[in-house]
Design a protein around this ligand. Structure first.
Ligand SMILES: NC(=O)c1ccc[n+]([C@@H]2O[C@H](COP(=O)([O-])OP(=O)(O)OC[C@H]3O[C@@H](n4cnc5c(N)ncnc54)[C@H](O)[C@@H]3O)[C@@H](O)[C@H]2O)c1
Length: 465
């Protein structure tokens, strides 16, 4: 087997014809950026974890760190059979109390509690935890995930899993070395329309899928200044451009296209506007706040647009805008040779022979019913009741626990976590380099050719614990 350094040096040679997965693709690469990516990559330490099956865990014992977003996970876990929250970790005592109360209300055991800066280490060191659920600010995702895997724990980590290519590789290497799951919690893959369109795509309703679009367009101007622990999100906007939050839009589209399973993202090109909105909002709303004096320093462009080319000749467009007045959108557009679907601003489907217009409301409703994904059919009703972004959060957590209990591979592999998150650094590199095309590392190290896109599970046929 080729080691990673050798593989990349072969496939990313500047201006060369690269052999990727047995196919020849000529590409012209930027020089310094690619060289740096090659040099940063350590050698392979363990076998691939694509499709990893671990011993079934009858009762999945979970430690949750970060109880902002993580509080929703505690709520979900408390309502899932076969899951037990063993420990909670956060510096904010109110948040810890809230989660303790949630567990109590559901009649669950009292969890151990950790409230100091580095207490997450103690939590990871416990021998009665199977899964560390990491919902901390971005800079803590990788340190906690690595430490948890070093202590034999599976990891579920919030989005984006990592902020740099080096850290993306660190997650892949550690999961391979320890043969553990490291799943990124990309909840948008589990929303009802996304699941239905995945099913429709797999059943051939859209023909061959050729293009996808996704986004994270969410006006966070106020939250950036007034929410988040120590302004971590604002600080990132101060210091970085590109797309720091690509996975909500990319994840569901990547699953439809079979990214890392039969296809792979090959290169991208990214463009950002300058920053206008955050500065203006701060000036208009934070008149006496010292932070507006620094507001000119925000580097994050308001709108970032990235286009990705895949090895099989498909394309993906991903946008990010968290600083403009605009309704929420993740776009979620799937284009095939026979039809298309789009989710925002309204769910719409167009299919041949009448694809010049969208389906009638009745026809679309029937189609969505017919192709409802088995997962949302099975657990969707409970998910809607529990809530959490309309139910998709519950579906994701339920499915994660379900796979661990049955020893099944998880839907999202560490390679998905790494490649989807790699856009954080790669888009910034491209933006800073006048949108020059940047190669996307093959985190699977060639394994993507051997694997089929994730199947549509059949909830009647799978094993139940
Ligand atoms: N998937 C989604 O839909 C979604 C939605 C919101 C947030 N997120 C992700 O969840 C993560 C957290 O976001 P958030 O909105 O909850 O942020 P937040 O700032 O509201 O919460 C972060 C929490 O982490 C705690 N924390 C900080 N340092 C800690 C430490 N050393 N040990 C223990 N706890 C520590 C803070 O006290 C705080 O309670 C981020 O990665 C974000 O991207 C995902």
């Amino acid at each position: 087997m080729l080691n990673r350094r050798k593989f990349l040096k072969t496939s990313l040679a500047v201006g060369a014809t690269a052999i990727i997965g047995g196919e020849a693709h000529s590409k012209t690469l930027t020089s310094f950026a690619e060289e740096k990516l090659i040099e940063d990559i350590p050698l392979r330490k363990g076998k691939s974890v694509m499709g990893l099956r671990c011993q079934p865990i009858n009762k999945v014992r979970v430690g949750v760190v970060g109880l902002g977003r993580g509080a929703g996970a505690v709520d979900a876990l408390a309502q899932i059979e076969g899951a037990e929250v063993v420990a909670l970790c956060d510096l904010n005592l109110d948040r810890v109390n809230n989660s303790q109360n949630l567990l109590k209300k559901q009649g669950r055991k009292e969890p151990a509690v950790y409230t100091k800066e580095e207490d997450w280490k103690k939590m990871c060191e416990r021998d009665d935890i199977d899964l560390i659920y990491n919902a901390t600010p971005w800079n803590l995702h990788v340190p906690i995930a690595l430490y948890a895997m070093d202590h034999g724990k599976h990891v579920a980590v919030e989005v984006p899993a990592a902020l740099t290519i080096k850290d993306c590789w660190a997650l892949v290497d550690k999961a391979e070395e320890k043969q553990l799951h490291c799943m990124m919690l990309e909840n948008c893959c589990y929303d009802f329309f996304e699941l239905a369109t995945l099913n429709m795509a797999r059943q051939g309703v859209f023909g061959e899928i050729i293009h996808g679009e996704g986004a994270y367009i969410h006006d966070l101007r106020e939250s950036k200044f007034n929410g988040y622990y120590k302004n971590w999100r604002l600080d990132f906007s101060k210091n970085h451009t590109g797309n720091p939050y690509p996975t909500h839009g990319l994840g569901p589209v990547a699953e439809v296209l079979g990214i890392n399973r039969g296809d792979r993202m090959e290169y991208l090109s990214s463009v950002s506007t300058n920053q206008f909105g955050l500065k203006l909002w701060a000036e208009e709303n934070l008149k006496d706040d010292a932070r507006i004096t620094q507001s000119e320093a925000y580097k994050l462009g308001d709108m970032n647009t990235t286009i990705i080319h895949t090895v099989n000749g498909k394309s993906i467009m991903i946008q990010h805008d968290t600083t403009s007045p605009r309704p929420y959108s993740r776009i979620h557009l799937i284009q095939g040779t026979k039809g298309m679907a789009v989710k925002y601003p309204e769910e719409k489907i167009a299919i041949q022979p009448n694809a010049h217009g969208f389906q009638s409301e009745t026809a679309q409703k029937e189609l969505l019913q017919k192709y409802e994904h088995p997962l949302s059919k099975y657990i969707g009703e409970q998910a809607r009741k529990v809530g959490g972004h309309g139910g998709m959060d519950f579906i994701m957590v339920w499915r994660l626990i379900y796979c661990l209990r049955n020893g099944y591979p998880l839907d999202q592999s560490v390679y998905d976590a790494a490649s989807w998150s790699s856009l954080v650094e790669l888009t910034e590199r491209s933006v800073l380099n006048k949108s020059q095309s940047v190669a996307i590392p093959d985190f699977t190290r060639g394994e993507w050719v051997k694997h089929k896109p994730i199947p549509i599970i059949d909830m009647d046929k799978v094993l139940h614990v």
